[in-house]
Structures are given as structure tokens and as C-alpha cells.
Design a protein around this ligand. Sequence first.
Ligand code: BYC
Length: 324
Amino acid sequence: MTTTQMAGTDAEELQAAFDALIAADQRIEPRDWMPEGYRKTLIRQISQHAHSEIIGMQPEGNWITRAPSLKRKAILMAKVQDEAGHGLYLYSAAQTLGISRDEMTAQLIDGRAKYSSIFNYPTPTWADMGAIGWLVDGAAICNQVPLCRASYGPYGRAMVRICKEESFHQRQGFEILLTLMQGSEAQRQMAQDAVDRWYWPSLMMFGPPDDASPNSAQSMAWKIKRFSNDDLRQRFIGMLVPQAEILGVTLPDPELKWDEDAGRWHTGEIDWDEFREVLSGRGPMNAERIRHRRDAHDDGAWVREAAAAYARTQAARGQREVAA
Ligand code: BYC
């Protein structure tokens, strides 16, 4: 057998071992061989997900100093801190695939990386904290619970903890809206206005329709994604309808109704032009979000330098102790 033939056989065996793990619903771990496309897809999705968590701290961070009570402030601070933690778990998961944290950060702050479209909308009122928790974290749960079973071990395991926290986030948002809906007419209007503004963008979080989603088929074959974008969007709407009734808010889609024959929710048309605009960096808050993240990175330079200097002195001390 020639060297080329041997290399060919090795590659086929490695691919066969990978395919067998996927077929058996086993996890792929960092030590395992994986196709380059699988690695790249994971780096793309996990890093975008991490960036979303980090940028996602901004719309709510905006309200920490203005929360209406000490209790609300404490809850909001804990939630925003959770998002930072989610970002860190996810960056760590992406690092196991061979990309560095510095590289991912550079991609984000120079505007090359995508992050969820949803975080490019403003938060002008307190009710936005309720609508984000209820709708944005609600959509996140629908999308992310299946990711707990993602075929890549570090991603799936990170998602388990993230989903537990998202579930608390969703309830706190629901409770903010419920409190407002039981308040004055002005508070009810503020809650409804926030739901009107966040409903459609929250549907866009699931990504383009299935027939315009270039990555779905391969990601589902690799068992990274378990359900299609449209199926998860449908599931989300099904979750919202009874909850909107309890809240007493109206979902801003006059066409929304259960289609018995199709076994699906019939909805009005999602504004995909708006979605594309936001993805290409022209949403209402894109520039502000990236500018803020870049400033925070620059402001943190002294912390990184101090941490690196400390690590160097610790390492030198360790070496002296070994030598002594
Ligand atoms: N926004 O082929 P498709 C959170 C991109 S954080 C921006 O369907 P895929 C929270 C997509 O990346 C929530 N871009 O792609 C945090 C792709 O572009 P590239 C974040 C989007 O990957 C703080 C192209 O469109 N959640 O919950 O198969 C506070 C074609 O799409 C969006 C995650 O990241 C979008 N909405 O499916 C509160 C979940 N949709 O990369 C809450 C993990 C699509 O080819 N990610 N694109 O240039 C996923 O599940 C999948 O990546 C998606 C997209 C369903 C988002």
C-alpha cells in the first residue's frame, strides 16, 4: 500500500468513526477527530452565541441605575451578571475548538462577527425589561433547550446551565409585565407598547425561514441543531399565546391564528428586510453597541496588563521554588 493510499484509509476511518459517534447520538469531545467543516460551524455558532450574551448585557445594563426599586435593581443586576457568565462559558467552549479568546474579541470589536439581531434595538422604558425577559429570554429558551443535546460535548454541557438561568430570566420578565398589567392605565400601555416593539424582533431571533437558511441542513445532519428555525419559531408562538392571555397583552399580529388543517400557527409576514438591515449593521443600535463594547475593551486594557504581569511574577516565583 502506498503512503497516499494509507493516508486515504486513515482519513476514511476517522470520518467513519466520527459518523458512527454522531449516528449513535454520542458526544464529540475536543480530543476527537472532527471534519474541518464541523469545527468551523461550531466556532461560528458558539462564538456568535457568546458575543450575543456579552452584547446582550447592554440593553438591560442601561436600566440598572434606573430600576424602580431596590429589589428590581438586585434582580436585574443578577440577570445581567448571568449573561456575562453565559458569555464566558461559551467563549471557553469555543476555545476548545482552537480559536483564542483574543481572536474572538477582535472579531467582535472590529465589527466582523455576527451576534443576535435582537440586541440592536433600544430600551426606552422600564417595561422593556419585562418584554426582554418574557420574549427574548423566552425565545432563547426555545432555541437553546435543544442545544443542550448538541453533538459537541463542551457546547451541550454549557447550554444545560445556561438554560436553567434563562428560565429564571424569562419568569422575572413575565412577572415585571404582570405587575405592570395589574397597575395603572399608563403602566398597562407601557407594557403593551414594549410587547409591540419586541414581538417581531423576537421572532427574528430564530433566524431566516427554513428555505433561506443556508446552514440548517448540515447543522441538523451533524446534530448541532436539532430543530429547524421555523419549527422552533412555531413552538415559541405556541408558548406565547396562552401566556399573553394571562398577562392581558395583545400579540401585535392581527393574522395570528391556529391553522387546524396545517397543524401550525398562521402568522403575518415577518419583515425580513428589517432583519437583513440589522444583520448588515444598520439596525437602530448596531453602531452604539459595538462602540460601547470597544470602549469597554479599551478601558479594561490596564486590567489585562496587570493580570498578565501578575501571572508572569507568579510563574517566575514558581520556577525559583522548583530550582531551590
Ligand atoms: N441574528 O443558516 P442560518 C440570549 C445568521 S443570546 C443574527 O439559519 P444557523 C440572551 C446566521 O448566523 C441569544 N444573525 O444560520 C442574551 C447565519 O450567518 P453566517 C443568541 C443571525 O447558524 C442576553 C445566517 O444568518 N442565541 O439569549 O444555522 C440577554 C443564516 O442563518 C440570526 C444563539 O446564538 C439572528 N437572529 O442558525 C437575554 C443561539 N439568525 O454565520 C438573552 C445559538 C441567523 O452564516 N445559535 N443569523 O454568516 C443558533 O441557534 C443558530 O446559530 C441560529 C441561526 C438559529 C441563530
